[in-house]
Design a protein around this ligand. Structure first.
Ligand SMILES: Nc1ncnc2c1ncn2[C@@H]1O[C@H](COP(=O)(O)OP(=O)(O)OP(=O)(O)O)[C@@H](O)[C@H]1O
Ligand SMILES: [Mg+2]
Length: 595
């Protein structure tokens, strides 16, 4: 049970002074509260013996007030110190947790769902913070405070009476042990169910538009209902076991109070106890409730904290497959060439390679086009060169150095990446563009927007660059999102611009305009353009045609046209569609010509 403290020992050690002070004040406050009944006892006995005087009454009264006010101030101090430490722990672990998440590679995020990662960052972290604050409180109070009260009962009132009264209370100890283990298991189960439910809710909110479009509300509700019911059942089980604690306590204390009164009255009658002592004894018995309850809760809090700590630790102990090199080689800042040397790669958990024997070279100032059927491995090539996955066969090199030996930050610094799925952040448009470069000035932002042919759209927005786009950019059209993403990639003026199907949602004229802008603005820089509409790569220095993970054709536009294979057929077909006007200004028609 106390292994939890071992787990957070690093934190307690780092904040030892705070904890020492908190625990000292906590014990002082306990001391103040065990002294109070003694004053009451003295007062009552003086009244019974008729020895009370005005001055002694005033003195007792004054002492009671001093103890209460002193206790109050001390309580404030330990509360602040202890719970302050616990929220600081929560903050520290959360910060480390997020830092860790940022280090993880794509495979990690495929394995762990967002909802589960969220639950760990919220509910589990909360439970850990509970242990560091409330857990310590229950531990100290259930030991020190308990001993203080028992000492007062046994040695200042009656040893005999205390022992008799404690008998029913011993049963609580047994109950605590048995229930504690059950709670641990039930809690872990409920956390898992909660994580699953969280994930489902998250997915369902993100996908709400699709759900409505497919009239799947009913199915979605059923799914959520089932998951919610599961979480409810698991939680309910936890509550059910937890609920056994309280009645156990009440029953034991009622029995103890009855015994105390019965036996106590008898002892008073036999003059072994003064009436004042009986009163203070009963007050002490009442005070025993909290430390005994704390003892029970301690098990509870510790088991929860333990289970939660393990869940966080499980994430923290995972290391990314893409490791940072021990001695990174610096290859920058100038870019000379990028090479793929016989690269074969299968996604983790997949038997079949997504790309096989890929080799190409991209020199400074050149443009590479990558085309091919959907699912043929185009995006996979991009992910590999961004070091998102661990490559086991073949190598990717920048300026002749394997990217395994270059720090991920430096590798990625060469690229301006426009991913196939647009990822925008809620906030102003200019913030989304400036994301690509820290401290970007208004002029640079404007220039990047212009190069991405986004200027015209900006004019139609009331607030221009200050317009706030909703979550994931929901308030923008598909083409606007694409151009915003292109502007974001352009602003850092990267050595290599990667457009992964980033012109698919813009019409032919805008595509031509953007390509023209890029040519002008990016003289001497390189680009990799992945596209379905072949006009986007027509001017590339080399085009590779992917088919089922392999390079099926390669060469310049002219060479591929002469070759008369897939590229030629596709190009002619697209031109035909374009000329007959079916596709013109209607990017959705592009879908028809995808194979
Ligand atoms: N994260 C992943 N885990 C496992 N397999 C994946 C993953 N991502 C893609 N794949 C598989 O790898 C293959 C290549 O996918 P890739 O995304 O590279 O295709 P693509 O050529 O970019 O297609 P599109 O034109 O539709 O974007 C596909 O068969 C796909 O199912
Ligand atoms: Mg793709």
């Amino acid at each position: 049970m106390f292994s939890m403290f071992k787990k957070i020992w690093w934190y307690i050690k780092a904040n030892w002074l705070r904890y020492v002070l908190a625990i000292t004040f906590l014990n002082l406050a306990s001391l103040a509260s065990v002294i109070a009944p003694k004053l009451l006892e003295a007062g009552i006995d003086k009244i019974v013996n008729k020895t009370i005087t005005k001055s002694s009454l005033l003195a007792l009264f004054g002492m009671m007030i001093a103890v209460t006010v002193g206790g109050y101030l001390i309580s404030w101090l330990w509360n602040y110190l202890l719970f302050g430490a616990s929220i600081k722990l929560e903050y520290t672990i959360r910060r480390n947790y997020f830092r860790h998440l940022l280090k993880m590679d794509s495979h990690f995020f495929e394995k762990n769902s967002s909802g589960d990662l969220m639950t760990r960052a919220t509910v589990d972290l909360n439970a850990i913070a509970m242990t560091a604050g409330y857990g310590i409180l229950t531990l100290v109070d259930s030991v020190v405070y308990l001993i203080m009260i028992l000492f007062m009962m046994m040695y200042t009132i009656s040893f005999k009476l205390t022992i008799i009264v404690l008998i029913p209370i011993v049963f609580i100890g047994l109950g605590v042990k048995i229930l504690g283990e059950k709670i641990h298991a039930a809690y872990a189960q409920s956390q898992i169910a909660f994580g699953e439910m969280n994930n489902l809710v998250l997915e369902s909110i993100i996908g709400i538009r699709v759900t409505k479009a497919y009239v799947q509300e009913h199915a979605e509700i059923e799914k959520l209902k089932a998951s919610g019911a599961n979480a409810y059942r698991k939680n309910n089980r936890l509550v059910r076991i937890n609920a056994l604690f309280d009645p156990l306590f009440r029953a034991a204390f009622t029995a103890a109070s009855a015994i105390a009164f019965g036996v106590g009255a008898y002892l008073v009658f036999r003059r072994e106890l003064t009436p004042g002592q009986l009163v203070s004894f009963v007050v002490y018995l009442g005070m025993l409730g909290w430390p005994m309850f704390a003892l029970g809760d301690l098990v509870n809090i510790m088991s929860r904290g333990n289970a939660s700590y393990d869940r966080i630790d499980n994430i923290m102990s995972q290391t990314p497959e893409v490791k940072e090199p021990a001695a990174p080689v610096a290859v920058g800042p100038t870019f000379k060439k990028l090479e793929f040397r016989d690269v074969t790669f299968a996604y983790p958990g997949s038997e079949f390679p997504a790309v096989e024997n890929i080799s190409f070279t991209l020199e400074k100032g050149k443009t590479l086009g990558i085309v091919g059927k959907t699912g043929s491995g185009k995006t996979t090539i991009i992910r590999l060169l961004l070091k998102q996955y661990c490559l086991r066969k073949g190598e990717v090199a920048i300026n002749g150095v394997n990217i395994k030996d270059i720090a991920a930050g430096e590798v990625r610094g060469f690229f301006g990446y426009v991913p196939q799925e647009h990822i925008l952040f809620s906030g102003a448009i200019y913030k989304n563009i400036a994301f690509g470069k820290e401290n970007a000035g208004a002029e640079e932002i404007g220039a990047a927007a212009a190069a991405a042919a986004f200027q015209k759209d900006l004019e139609t927005f009331d607030d221009g660059l200050d317009t706030v786009v909703g979550e994931h950019g929901v308030t923008l059209s598909g083409g606007q999102k694409q151009r915003l993403a292109i502007a974001r990639a352009l602003i850092s003026d990267p050595e290599i611009l990667i457009l992964d199907d980033s012109l698919s949602a813009v019409d032919g004229t805008t595509e031509a305009e953007i390509l023209q802008n890029l040519k002008k603005a990016r003289k001497g820089k390189s680009a990799i353009i992945v596209a379905h509409r072949l006009t986007a790569v027509e001017r590339a220095d080399e085009i590779i045609v992917m088919d089922n993970g392999r390079i099926a054709e390669r060469g310049s536009h002219e060479e591929l046209m002469k070759l008369g294979k897939w590229y030629y057929r596709q190009y002619t077909r697209q031109q035909l569609t374009y000329k007959t006007g079916v596709e013109k200004d209607d990017p959705s028609a592009d879908l028809e010509i995808r194979e």
